[in-house]
Ligand binder design. Structure first.
Ligand code: ZN
Length: 513
């Protein structure tokens, strides 16, 4: 018998050891059985871990994956809602903000505030074209910038990039960016490219003119020598359904010519944006006073209505029953109603004339958000299966119970794992995880994230692949996703057994820093 030694308590070797799970490491390779150990915010061991952790997590039956990266958010409200619960409860550990041309302008101040208040997920941001255009061009936008204004826009993009933005975004259906010519965007994209930024675009069209819009992206990629991301790829309007393979072939051709084009997507057949998108651009140009003046002009008002009818006819529709009001600040009783229902309620009739009159009336305050059921399920699946499609909810930080927002903010990533991987088999689990982790990390240059490997930051999602699912619906959007055993950001659990811990270990992810 050995001599009895004094029992000296050993400090655990690791902060946390996750045992007995199957590791899907983010590369797309088949999941393998391994323990994962975490120390000082980073992954310290992968394999058979014999030493102990200060915390131990039994992940039997679970997948251990890198934390998910949502590449397309509008989560600027995280400074007000720092736990970003709707995201982290899906396993999302990093957010890319500043999409569709709209971002914070002062990136240094924004990242500083993120660090001062503390947030649950990591935060990266693009610099928005509409944001810099609004700042540099004053109140008149339906024109090219002057040389001085263009120089100022370039300076603002460069400053944001130096302060840590990951690239430049455009939203070319929104004002004032809709009035920009391609040359202007190329000039700004060159500035972002010189600092290793990406160009992401909500293109000018996702429907009838999508090929022209894609060609503009390719031209910008070529002339600015910048890698490009097509934001929330889709085909809007049932007259355009069935074209996903054609669109992907165009992207493949551009890639074969040396352009670096990728795309992101949300897993729903409805989009969501301002109800203003139903009103012609020319009518809204110049702000709310200019709009009100046009609305008072009978000829202008008739032209608006005629163009709206024509746009509906192109979609083979004679009603707006495919549009739901998500949030109407001036009349919250309309939230959750379709446009015909809202017209009936407000005007006593749901005729198309009354629907159009309601939309034009709501446009006065330019603050009503809608949900638009206009995407085909088959196209969605074709886009989803493509190896270069990553995922983004296109949502903000949700305030629980407020308005009737699109369910994507609560469910997008969980829905892909539940509905599209487990139930429908549209893609392999490991491939879905790769497209939520290493693909976005490399595309958006998030260093040492998106993989389970020694040395990487310990952003980890531990979930039950048989249970993970979204619960939010169009009728009941305020429902959190389920199936998360543990979600870890920089080594610290933010979710345990589908409940938040309240921890705020997220970092500002400054590019090139
Ligand atoms: Zn967008």
């Amino acid at each position: 018998m050995p001599a009895l030694a004094a029992v000296i308590p050993q400090a655990p070797a690791y902060d946390l050891v996750i045992r007995n799970g199957r590791v899907a490491d983010g590369t797309g390779n088949p999941a393998f059985r391994a323990d994962v150990a975490v120390r000082a915010g980073r992954i310290a061991a992968v394999g058979r871990v014999t030493e102990t952790g200060f915390h131990e997590l039994d992940a039997s039956g679970c997948i251990v994956a890198p934390g998910f990266i949502d590449v397309h958010t509008h989560a600027e409200a995280i400074v007000r809602l720092p736990l970003a619960e709707n995201f982290i409860r899906q396993g999302v550990t990093s957010l890319v903000l500043g999409n569709c041309g709209s971002s914070e302008l002062d990136m240094a101040a924004f990242f500083g505030e993120i660090e001062r208040i503390g947030v649950a997920p990591n935060v990266a941001s693009l610099i928005g074209h509409n944001t810099v255009r609004s700042k540099a061009m004053g109140g008149s936008f339906n024109r090219p910038p002057t040389a001085e204004e263009l120089a100022e826009m370039k300076r603002l993009v460069e400053q944001a990039m130096r302060d840590g933005a990951v690239g430049l975004s455009t939203g070319l259906i929104y004002q004032p960016g809709v009035f920009a010519q391609t040359e202007e965007i190329v000039e700004l994209a060159r500035v972002a490219a010189a600092l290793d930024g990406i160009y992401t675009s909500h293109m000018r069209s996702e429907g009838d003119a999508i090929v022209d819009a894609l060609n503009e992206v390719f031209r910008i990629a070529r002339e600015a020598r910048i890698r490009c991301e097509v934001s929330h790829i889709k085909l809007s309007g049932n007259n355009n359904w069935g074209r996903a393979a054609e669109i992907l072939a165009l992207i493949e051709k551009a890639r074969s010519e040396g352009l670096d084009i990728t795309q992101d997507q949300y897993a729903y057949t409805a989009s969501s944006t301002g109800l203003s998108q139903l009103v012609p651009q020319w009518a809204r140009e110049g702000g709310s006073d200019a709009y009100a003046a046009r609305l008072a002009d009978e000829a202008a008002r008739k032209r608006m209505a005629d163009e709206m009818r024509a746009a509906l006819a192109r979609r083979h529709k004679d009603t707006y029953d495919w549009v739901t009001i998500a949030a109407c600040p001036s009349d919250a009783s309309l939230n959750g109603t379709t446009v015909p229902e809202a017209a009936k309620r407000r005007r006593g009739s749901d005729s198309l004339d009354d629907q159009i009159a309601l939309i034009l009336e709501l446009q006065r305050s330019n603050d009503t958000a809608g949900i638009f059921h206009g995407i085909g399920e088959a196209d969605l699946r074709t886009f989803m299966a493509h190896p270069n499609t990553m995922f983004g909810a296109d949502a903000g930080v949700r305030e629980f119970g407020k308005d009737m927002p699109h369910p994507r903010g609560y469910g997008n990533h969980a829905r892909i794992l539940g509905r599209y991987v487990r139930e429908l088999g549209v893609l392999r689990l490991e491939d879905a995880i790769r497209k939520m982790t290493s693909l976005p990390a490399s595309t958006f240059r998030l260093q040492d994230r998106g993989v389970i490997r020694v040395g990487a930051w310990a952003d980890i999602a531990v979930f039950d692949p048989a249970k993970v699912t979204d619960r939010a619906t169009y009728d009941e959007p305020h429902q959190y996703a389920v199936g998360m055993r543990c979600v870890i950001v920089n080594g610290v659990p933010v979710v345990r057994d589908d409940a938040i811990t309240g921890a705020k270990p997220g970092r500002a992810l400054r590019h090139n820093h």
